[in-house]
Design a protein. Sequence first.
Length: 368
Amino acid sequence: MTSSLVRVAQVVLSFLVSSALAAGPLKRATTCNGFSQLCGRSFGNVTYVGAHDSYAVGVNNAAANQDYNITQQLADGVRMLQMQAHNKSGTIELCHSSCSLLDGGSLQDYLGTLKTWMDSNPNEVVSLLIVNSDGFSASEFGSVFQSAGLDKISYSPSAATLPASQWPTLGSMIDNGTRLVTFMDHHADFTSVPYIIDEFSNIWETAYDVTDTTFDCNVNRSTGDTSTSMYLINHFLDTQGLFGILTPNVGAANQTNAVSGTGSLGQQVQTCVASTGRNPNFMLVDYYEFGGGSVFQVAATANGVTYNPSTPIASPRSTSASSSSSSSSSSPSGSTSSSAPSVLLSGSTYATAFAMTAGLLMGAAAVF
Ligand SMILES: *[C@@H]1O[C@H](CO)[C@@H](O)[C@H](O)[C@H]1NC(C)=O
Ligand SMILES: *[C@@H]1O[C@H](CO)[C@@H](O)[C@H](O)[C@H]1NC(C)=O
Ligand SMILES: *[C@@H]1O[C@H](CO)[C@@H](O)[C@H](O)[C@H]1NC(C)=O
Ligand SMILES: *[C@@H]1O[C@H](CO)[C@@H](O)[C@H](O)[C@H]1NC(C)=O
Ligand SMILES: *[C@@H]1O[C@H](CO)[C@@H](O)[C@H](O)[C@H]1NC(C)=O
Ligand SMILES: *[C@@H]1O[C@H](CO)[C@@H](O)[C@H](O)[C@H]1NC(C)=O
């Protein structure tokens, strides 16, 4: 008698437990991207700092856009990683304009590093922005995501295009374990790989590679409804050198990344809020740590939260006199360290790259 009562109790208990499990995740995230206030916010209603050319890392290297690797970028608060994907003998490789200028390694290795970070930071939603420079298919990217194990934690939207307001909350993405959001500029294919999301029908962009500090908020690229879609500001300043080659204006980076003042990130956000009525979703910057955390301060203000990092972020490494000290470049070969277009997202030509390399080798001390 007693034993059958125990048995009934066991069955009832296991039923209760399994129905609780079936009803949904038992645990609800209470901190999302560092803040409790963000858990209930739609992904499309949050402002994120993004690293432009996140893989293009090198100190005093004119082809680089960042001083620190993506592990450090993520640790410091970067939540969108932008990259250019190139075809290196059939492998998807992260290069800057050309793999002979700057080769940041394979997509496979990069995604492996990202997976490691995301596994140890389960309450973070991270976005990728892939510039598909050489036209790989979505399924070719999908294979690399699968072998890195990132398909399992990727968010697949309910439709190929979502207005900003229809994105799920950060909390629900974290609870479901689908907290990697990948956008791609060309050849996304919702039918074959739903988690590689078409960029321009979902996100419009401001102009990129600008050389003056105006930083307007006009629509530069979009294939969607700009009144409802998310948007991205390209907030990195270039300098025009020999042959019209553009390189990051490192000397101005502290001010470019600043909270306020001429040409600052804070100022462009204000320009955008004045014209669109809402904050940008993504803010792509070079040398994110210049400004001592100012870019994260701008994001926090836009999100209505308080920026209060538990540990100081990394210190700037590159100096404004980059070409004069290119021998300290972390790039393995001297020729890559002295070449540098950042403009040539798609219009890059071999001739230009050659002319630029030649020009820089001839005595580029005055260029940067
Ligand atoms: C990334 O950079 C940090 C320093 O900021 C360094 O400790 C770490 O080893 C680097 N990781 C890789 C994979 O190179
Ligand atoms: C990448 O390059 C290889 C040759 O190295 C070629 O066979 C392949 O078709 C290329 N892929 C794309 C997407 O162009
Ligand atoms: C979370 O998973 C549930 C159940 O599969 C699904 O209905 C919901 O849409 C998912 N939410 C997100 C944000 O993925
Ligand atoms: C977009 O920006 C690029 C680079 O800054 C510029 O050359 C182009 O004219 C802009 N196009 C539009 C439509 O604004
Ligand atoms: C940027 O600011 C940092 C910290 O204030 C300073 O050490 C560095 O020299 C500045 N860099 C430039 C290029 O102005
Ligand atoms: C989020 O919504 C608030 C309230 O409407 C708005 O002020 C803010 O600009 C929005 N942020 C983004 C990134 O959409």
